[in-house]
Design a binder for this molecule. Structure first.
Ligand code: AMP
Ligand code: ZN
Length: 120
């Protein structure tokens, strides 16, 4: 983790200051259960490095490797849960119109029911 970001919810979860249901981890990312699940399976894949959103995250020089790690962890978990066969949805909400409520980049992994389209 690069900086402390004391007020950031996901930084605090990453540091173990706030409890969470940890579903897996990699060198650079953590996967936890969402506290308010929107599907039978709803996990959040969180990069260890704090970035407010995907734009800020990608501006860093090592972002490609970190992004690859984030997706690899999500897909490994999907395989573990056998939802690589039935299907799933990966979502990154960005900003107010995107519906982002936590200012630390994260990937939603949703599965276990058919998803509607378009999203709300
Ligand atoms: P977003 O709205 O895309 O920023 O996603 C934030 C997600 O974090 C929401 O789905 C929340 O339910 C979830 N969330 C908020 N607080 C916690 C927490 N303490 N542990 C796990 N998930 C959380
Ligand atoms: Zn953070």
């Amino acid at each position: 983790m690069s900086k402390a970001h004391p007020g950031c919810l996901f930084c605090r979860i990453l540091r173990g200051e706030i409890p969470a249901t940890v579903l897996g981890r990699s060198e650079r990312s953590l996967i936890i259960a969402d506290i308010a699940p929107q599907a039978p399976l709803h996990a959040l894949v969180i990069p260890a490095r704090h970035a407010a959103d995907i734009g800020e995250f990608m501006a860093e020089s090592d972002a490609d490797a970190e992004l690859a790690d984030l997706f690899a962890l999500a897909l490994a978990f999907a395989k573990e849960k056998n939802i690589d066969r039935t299907g799933h949805r990966l979502v990154i909400n960005t900003g107010s119109d995107g519906g982002q409520t936590v200012g630390h980049l994260h990937l939603h992994l949703l599965a276990g029911r058919p998803m509607g389209w378009p999203p709300g």
